[in-house]
Design a protein around this ligand. Structure first.
Ligand code: GLN
Length: 349
């Protein structure tokens, strides 16, 4: 090739690159705006989600824990908390609902913090069950028995794995850990505890079966009591948002600045939330929202946009899988509008 031709082909390349660059400009700029929403964007979206879904009446309060059926069904709160501690909220922010299964990833985090992720994997498991959260069948068909720390079996096992010298200490560690993530004191809703502990025959069965299989690591009734108490902790929508933002912030609470779990274990925890946080609806949820999340039968859901912020919502009416209908709608709406699904902007269809 002559020098001139070479120059010409270089010129053609440059023009080609410029054309491709121009063609990609909208993609690049939309990716940028998706990555960096403004405070106004966050506030507008929580307001929109609240207004769009506040009249949805589908689903019903959990009633297998009798007291949950008495929580006013119309309550609805939506919030976003960023990794630098800003909170954007709409609807109910004060009402303290029971954290229920949203507590599970945080106790799994405590086990990881005390003993590392290998222990969690070997002594509980990290596989989704594809079955409801309270499944006894999962225990019989999976060799790991507890299967993962986000279903009841695995969560009771996680409580039993917490290294503690007594039941009081076990509870104190679990409770203080939740408070560390929330960045403030969290009460136990004693009426919720009593209501669940008096009726938890299914979970008692699970705890005893796990013990029988050598997959529970403390006295079964102790694990059951501490687990039930953990589920009875009262949080409001803002507490939930801060707990999620702490995970989004790599394990440092953005309000207190305190590290509550090692940064290097956050990805494993989020992976379990992505694959099992919605139980037998986890695939559906990843398909529509694309975010690691955790739900609870109290009506709370926390979703994490890793490294950025948390989107949360609370409303008591649940679908068949035990997941809050309005909270799911609100979070997937916001995630869709912001284009923050982990694998690219999910269209939510
Ligand atoms: N405490 C509840 C239970 O053990 C938690 C279930 C949930 O929130 N999915 O049944």
């Amino acid at each position: 090739m002559s020098v001139k031709n070479r120059f010409r082909s270089a010129e053609a390349w440059l023009i080609g690159l410029a054309v491709v660059g121009l063609a990609l400009l909208p993609v690049i700029s939309s990716a940028q705006s998706a990555a960096e929403p403004t405070a106004e964007d966050f506030q507008r979206l929580v307001d929109e989600a609240y207004n769009l879904f506040k009249d949805v009446k589908e689903g019903a309060n959990a009633n297998y824990i009798p007291i949950l059926d008495t929580v006013p069904s119309e309550l609805f709160g939506v919030a976003i908390a960023t990794r630098d501690g800003k909170i954007f909220a709409a609807g109910e922010q004060e009402y303290r609902f029971s954290i229920q299964s949203v507590s599970k990833p945080f106790t799994a985090a405590l086990v990881m913090t005390q003993q590392g992720p290998k222990v969690l994997r070997e002594k509980i498991g990290v596989e989704p069950t594809g079955l409801p959260f309270n499944s006894k069948m999962a225990l019989e068909i999976y060799p790991e028995r507890s299967v993962n720390p986000l279903v009841n079996a695995g969560a009771i096992a996680a409580v039993s794995l917490v290294q503690a010298g007594s039941e009081d200490e076990r509870w104190k560690l679990v409770h203080e850990n939740l408070e560390g993530f929330a960045g403030g004191t969290l009460p136990v809703l004693e009426d919720v505890y009593t209501s669940e502990y008096e009726t938890c025959w299914g979970n008692r069965g699970i705890a005893n079966l796990l013990y029988n299989y050598g997959r529970l690591y403390s006295d079964p009734e102790e694990a059951l009591r501490v687990y039930t108490r953990q589920c009875s902790v009262g949080i409001n929508t803002r507490d939930l948002a801060v707990m999620g933002a702490t995970l989004a912030n790599g394990g440092v609470n953005p309000l207190t600045g305190r590290r509550v779990m090692p940064a290097e274990h956050v990805p494993e925890l989020l992976a379990i939330m992505a694959t099992a946080g919605f139980y037998d609806e986890s695939g559906e949820w990843m398909y529509s929202a694309g975010l690691p999340s955790k739900t609870g039968v109290g009506g709370g859901i926390v979703s994490v946009v890793p490294g950025k912020f948390a989107i949360v919502a609370f409303s008591p009416r649940l679908n068949e899988a035990g997941n809050s209908v309005r909270a799911m709608r609100a979070i997937s709406y916001i995630a869709g509008k912001l284009g923050v699904g982990l694998y690219g902007p999910n269209l939510g269809e």
